[in-house]
Design a protein around this ligand. Sequence first.
Ligand SMILES: N[C@@H](CCC[C@H](N)C(=O)O)C(=O)O
Length: 274
Amino acid sequence: MTFSWQKGHGTENDFVLLPDHDGTVHGDLDPSFVAALCHRRRGIGADGVLRVIRSSAAGVTSEAEWFMDYRNADGSISEMCGNGVRVFARHLLDEKLVDTDRFAVATRDGDKLVSVGADGQIAVDMGAFSIGGYSEVRTSEGLAVTAREVHTGNPHAVAFVDDVEQAGTLLTEPRFDREVYPEGVNIEFVARRGPGHVRMRVHERGSGETRSCGTGACAVGIATALADGDTARPTEYRIDVPGGTVHVTLDENDHVVLTGPAEIVARGEMEWMA
Ligand SMILES: N[C@@H](CCC[C@H](N)C(=O)O)C(=O)O
């Protein structure tokens, strides 16, 4: 099977992009194929796949022409990917599939408005968010922490710690309360670095520990504002992740806006032989 592909990343959260404009190349996008592509030893290696497909071809009702069909590295589907949408936007711009630097991208969590800055950074209005209560997360190495439930299109548990290295290796998924998160959860460990500035590590549902998570950074910004009693709008947080830095703004409409880099690093035709 031969098809075109690209590789990109946003703060080292990396993705295989599969252009499939009319949905004729990859059909239903088999989860085992996604998992094989993402495998770091037997495949190309990535935290997830972004299929680039027209909303109409994906059966999505949207004003936005392009739908980000996001899959986790294990082949599972998630509603949203914050770093992915920036990489997706970079691809649309590079391939001249959009002709303006402000446009919407359709996702399973609705349309996201993307704006490209003069510095090349990409800002995404991730829309409204919701906040839940507290429950415990526990790493396999025995760290037990109370985490705040935050939904930024997908589910997150945000746990404040003194030092993110306390989370240990994160080689296995921390335990969490399945009654609170029946669909699974992305878990962020967050440590403060200064006013409006935190550091985080994340264990992603369906992908394991990644070098960055955009929706996770948004959840962390929201949980930090709540913990600080910061009700000013707009208010901005700098979030350091192992793969770089992103900025999260809570704006006057109580939307969360994610700003960060996005880069395409390779493209080509592939003959998949596995
Ligand atoms: N890395 C992403 C989040 C991807 C989805 C997540 N693993 C889930 O299952 O919800 C991001 O940048 O937001």
